[in-house]
Design a protein around this ligand. Structure first.
Ligand code: KG4
Ligand code: ZN
Length: 344
């Protein structure tokens, strides 16, 4: 797998993992790091509000968690009593959502008398790259881009991750979703911008690249410039958005992608690391995927993108992270509580 030694374990290790940090209820089972099942229940209810409503998310988790876990166990074809550990997302996320997964995992661990493993959601996004072949060898860089986070992480081993750059305001996914909202598109707008961008001219409109020192990101200026641009154009022509939707989407997407890739290139130069991964929901974006491939070819990088179902929020990434923690015998106390924010 890599040059970093992972503690050996003689017996089969079977883990159930639960993810409930935001608006998706996930459960996955893995045996020795191999995913046997990966279930997700998404919550459509938030679409009508244009964003995730925390209270509604917690309620939906309560409704979904038992059937999702039950199905994950059945699909994996395992006996609940054969589990070696129960894992759950401990942080970061919406506290009401996290509490549902944490309480469920703790109750199950207590009743089955199994060890509990707590997992950091952002570490799990990075380690999603370790689920399937081909896996990156260590050290690698990971650009994690989601609705809540934008980070560049140096991953020296499953146990040694360091954030070397992150957003100082909005996340990349928020930049997509907020632009979509300004264009009158439903939530979450990222996939729709991606769709319209495919038919548009990315050079038709120009949006500024922020001048942020080091490896940090900023997307709030872009959002403001899109807002002022649309206001000015709509004053001249009230049908401007409808008539130019694809070109606007392509132009904004191109700028978001260039902000991300320019920092990734800088991070690779500064660290000398050429194994480059991306993770998180925004890594589904076709502009980012194509851009990464082109840049990677030019720079001589080895690039890795997890399967789509492991990019967006999912429990398989919690399971693989928990597996590494199990190998290291890193267990959580039953009194552990989830936290909305967490350094790592
Ligand atoms: O990782 P994720 O599923 O959940 C969070 O932890 O936030 O990421 C969701 C984000 C949303 O902002 C969504 O609009 C964005 O990922 N997204 C995309 C695409 N697919 C999902 N953004 C741009 N292009 C896409 N194809
Ligand atoms: Zn996430």
């Amino acid at each position: 797998m890599s040059d970093v030694s992972i503690p050996a374990f003689s017996k089969d290790v079977l883990i159930l993992a639960i993810e409930s940090s935001c608006d998706d209820t996930g459960a996955a089972v893995c045996r020795n790091g191999k995913i046997l099942s990966n279930l997700i229940a998404s919550q459509k209810i938030h679409e009508q509000y244009g964003g995730v409503v925390p209270e509604l998310a917690s309620r939906a988790h309560i409704q979904n968690i038992v059937p999702v876990v039950d199905l994950a166990i059945k699909k994996a074809g395992i006996d609940l009593h054969k589990l070696d550990a129960i894992a759950f997302t401990q942080a970061p996320g919406l506290i009401g959502s996290l509490l549902v997964g944490a309480q469920f995992a703790k109750s199950l661990a207590m009743s089955l008398q199994k060890p509990l493993i707590s997992v950091h959601h952002m570490q799990a996004h990075v380690l999603a790259n370790m689920i399937d072949e081909p896996r990156p060898s260590f050290p690698f860089l990971c650009l994690t881009v989601s609705g809540g986070h934008t980070q560049i992480v140096v991953c020296k081993s499953p146990y040694n991750l360091e954030v070397i750059g992150e957003t100082i305001d909005d996340a990349a996914g928020e930049a997509f979703d907020k632009t979509a909202k300004l264009l009158g598109l439903p939530y979450p707008g990222g996939p729709l911008i991606d769709k319209y961008a495919k038919e548009g001219d990315p050079n038709r409109f120009s949006f500024p690249e922020p001048n942020i020192a080091g490896l940090n990101f900023s997307f709030s200026g872009l959002k403001t410039s899109v807002l002022y641009f649309l206001q000015a154009e709509k004053n001249k022509n009230s049908s401007f958005v409808e008539e130019n939707l694809s070109d606007i989407c392509a132009s904004v997407q191109q700028r978001i992608v260039s902000i991300l890739l320019n920092k990734l290139k800088k991070a690779s130069k500064e660290t000398g690391i050429q194994n480059i991964c991306i993770a998180g929901g925004v890594s589904a974006n076709s502009g980012l995927r194509n851009g990464l491939e082109e840049l990677g070819n030019r720079e001589g990088w080895s690039t890795f993108i997890p399967k789509f179902e492991y990019c967006t929020d999912n429990a398989a990434m919690i399971a693989i992270t928990a597996y590494y923690k199990y190998l290291n015998q890193e267990f959580a106390d039953i009194t552990i509580s989830p936290t909305a924010r967490a350094e790592w």
